[in-house]
Ligand binder design. Structure first.
Ligand code: ADP
Ligand code: MG
Length: 448
C-alpha cells in the first residue's frame, strides 16, 4: 500500500483500496478479497500491474495476482478463511532432508531410534500408544508424559522416537532432547561461567525455555541438587503453561525418586504415566528377528528364539548377546547351527519337567536346613550358600525366569537372583566342594 499510495489517486484509495484486503499468499499467488464486482473490476483495470510489481519488488519473486469477490460479512463470519498477514513466506518453506538432519542433530536425536523399529507387545503397549499420540499432537494430548522402567527396556528409544517423529511432522518445532545428567552438568557449568560471562545463564535458560518439545531422559539425575531442581521447576512451568510438550523418563515412578522435591514429583505425576516391563520370550524373539532383518543377516529364526529364551535380563543385554554370537560365528567362520549357538551362549541345555520345588527340597535336605530357611531372607552363611545354589540349579534345570525364581524365594528381586546365580556360577568352577555339592544334589534328583 505504501508503494501504491505514491501513484494512485486519493479518490481511488478512499473508495476502492479500503474495500480490499489480503487473503493469502501461497505458491506465489497473491489473493485479495473485495466486497463487490465493481471494486474488483476497477482494481483489475487500473492497478493490476502496479500491485503485481509492488508485490514482486517486496518478495523478489514472480507474483500472480488474483482478486476474489467475497462479501465482508462472510469474511468476518469465517475467520479461518482469512490467512492473516500477507507475506508469511517463512512458514511455507519446504524442508529438505538436510534441514531435517540438521535439526535432528541440534535436537540431540539419533536416527536409529524410531517408531518403525520399536517392537510393541503387552509389556510396552500403553507407553507406545501414548507416545504415538503425543507425536501426532504435541502439547495437546498428554502433558507431561512420564515413562519409567528398569534399565535397557526401551525408555530412551521410545522417547527419541517421539522426538524424531515430531521433527518429521512439524519441521519447524524446536525439539530438545537432554539426559537428566547433562541438564545438571550444563546448569552447573553455566552458573560457573556466569561469573565471567554475563549471558551464560540466560543462554542455558533460553535453550530449555524456548523448546516446543522438551525430552528429559533419566530425570532422576536432577534429584538431590537444589539449584538444578529450582531451574528445572521454572523451565517446566514456563513450558507447561505455554502448552509445550514435556516428556520425562526415569527408572522409577515420580513418587519413588529419592531426594526429588515434592513440587516436582507432583508435577511429573500430573499428566500421563506409563511403565514398561521386560518383554516375554516371544516378543524378545520378535525384537531379534527384526534386528536380523535390519542387518540383513542370514540367521535361522530358531536361533533367535533360542537366544531370546536364554536372555532374560533386559533388551540391551538381549541385543548384546545376539551381537556377540553373530560376531563369534563370523570370526570363527561357523555356521548358525543350534549346537554352535548353544556353545557360544555358554548355556547348557535345560532339562524340562523338573519341578522347581523338588530342587528346593533336595537342596534343603542335602544341607540339612529347613525349607523356610532356604527360601527366606536370613543372611546366615549356612542359609545363604544353599539358597544361592538352589537358585543356580533351578535356573539351569528349569525354564523359570529370573522373576519367577525370585517369587519362589519369597519375592526376591530378579537382580538379586541374577547376582546370586552369577556368584555361584563362578564358585562352582573354583571350589571343588561346591561343585561336588551341586553334582550330589542333581544325583538325588535323578539327573546325571
Ligand atoms: P533404557 O533407556 O530403558 O535403558 P534403551 O532405550 O536404551 O533402554 O534400550 C536398550 C536397547 O534395546 C536399545 O538398543 C533399544 O533400541 C532396544 N529396544 C528397547 N526396546 C525395544 C523395542 N520395544 N523394540 C526394539 N528395540 C528395543
Ligand atoms: Mg536410557
Amino acid at each position: 500500500m505504501g508503494e501504491i499510495k505514491l501513484s494512485a489517486s486519493q479518490a481511488d484509495i478512499k473508495t476502492f483500496f479500503t474495500q480490499i484486503e489480503p487473503l493469502s499468499f501461497e505458491e506465489n499467488i497473491l489473493e485479495l478479497a473485495c466486497n463487490s464486482p465493481i471494486v474488483k473490476e476497477r482494481i483489475e483495470n487500473r492497478y493490476h500491474a502496479q500491485i503485481k510489481r509492488s508485490a514482486e519488488k517486496i518478495t523478489k519473486e514472480k507474483v500472480e495476482l488474483s482478486i476474489a469477490v467475497i462479501p465482508f460479512e462472510i469474511r468476518i463470519a469465517n475467520p479461518q478463511e482469512k490467512i492473516g498477514p500477507l507475506f508469511h513466506k517463512e512458514e511455507e518453506k519446504s524442508f529438505s532432508k538436510e534441514d531435517f538432519n540438521k535439526s535432528r542433530t541440534e535436537a540431540n536425536l539419533f536416527e536409529k531410534y524410531t517408531f518403525e523399529n520399536f517392537i510393541v507387545g503387552a509389556n510396552n503397549r500403553l507407553a507406545h500408544t501414548v507416545a504415538m499420540t503425543i507425536a501426532e499432537n504435541p502439547g495437546k494430548a498428554y502433558n507431561p508424559f512420564f515413562i519409567y522402567s528398569g534399565v535397557g527396556l526401551g525408555k530412551t528409544h521410545l522417547m527419541q522416537a517421539i522426538g524424531n517423529r515430531i521433527l518429521e511432522k512439524f519441521p519447524d518445532h524446536r525439539v530438545v532432547y537432554c539426559p537428566g545428567e547433562s541438564f545438571t552438568n550444563e546448569l552447573v557449568e553455566s552458573i560457573r561461567l556466569a561469573k565471567v560471562q554475563k549471558n551464560a545463564l540466560t543462554k542455558f535458560k533460553d535453550k530449555y525455555r524456548k523448546a516446543d518439545v522438551l525430552l528429559i531422559d533419566d530425570v532422576q539425575f536432577i534429584a538431590g541438587r537444589e539449584a538444578t531442581q529450582e531451574e528445572f521447576f521454572h523451565a517446566f512451568n514456563a513450558l507447561f503453561m505455554a502448552g509445550k510438550q514435556i516428556v520425562l523418563t526415569s527408572d522409577k515412578p515420580p513418587s519413588e525418586i529419592q531426594k526429588l522435591e515434592k513440587r516436582l514429583s507432583s508435577r511429573f505425576a500430573s499428566g500421563m504415566i506409563a511403565d514398561m516391563q521386560m518383554p516375554d520370550s516371544e516378543m524378545r524373539s520378535a525384537i531379534l528377528r527384526s534386528k536380523k532383518e535390519e542387518l540383513k543377516l542370514n540367521v535361522p529364526n530358531e536361533i533367535c528364539d533360542f537366544i531370546a529364551q536364554n536372555t532374560e535380563t533386559n533388551i540391551r543385554e538381549l541385543e548384546g548377546a545376539f551381537t556377540q554370537i553373530i560376531t563369534r560365528m563370523q570370526t570363527l567362520n561357523k555356521s548358525f547351527t543350534m549346537e554352535n549357538v548353544r556353545e557360544a551362549l555358554g548355556k547348557k541345555d535345560k532339562v524340562q519337567n523338573i519341578a522347581p520345588n523338588m530342587i528346593l527340597k533336595a537342596t534343603a535336605t542335602y544341607y540339612g536346613i529347613k525349607l523356610t530357611d532356604i527360601k527366606g531372607h536370613r543372611r546366615l552363611k549356612e542359609f545363604v550358600t544353599p539358597r544361592q545354589l538352589a537358585m543356580f540349579l533351578i535356573r539351569n534345570l528349569t525354564s523359570l525366569s529370573l522373576t519367577d525364581i525370585g517369587n519362589l524365594f519369597e519375592g526376591k528381586d530378579h537382580t538379586t537372583v541374577l547376582h546370586s546365580i552369577e556368584k555361584i556360577k563362578k564358585e562352582v568352577e573354583q571350589k571343588d566342594k561346591l561343585r561336588q555339592d551341586a553334582e550330589n544334589i542333581k544325583t538325588t534328583l535323578g539327573i546325571k
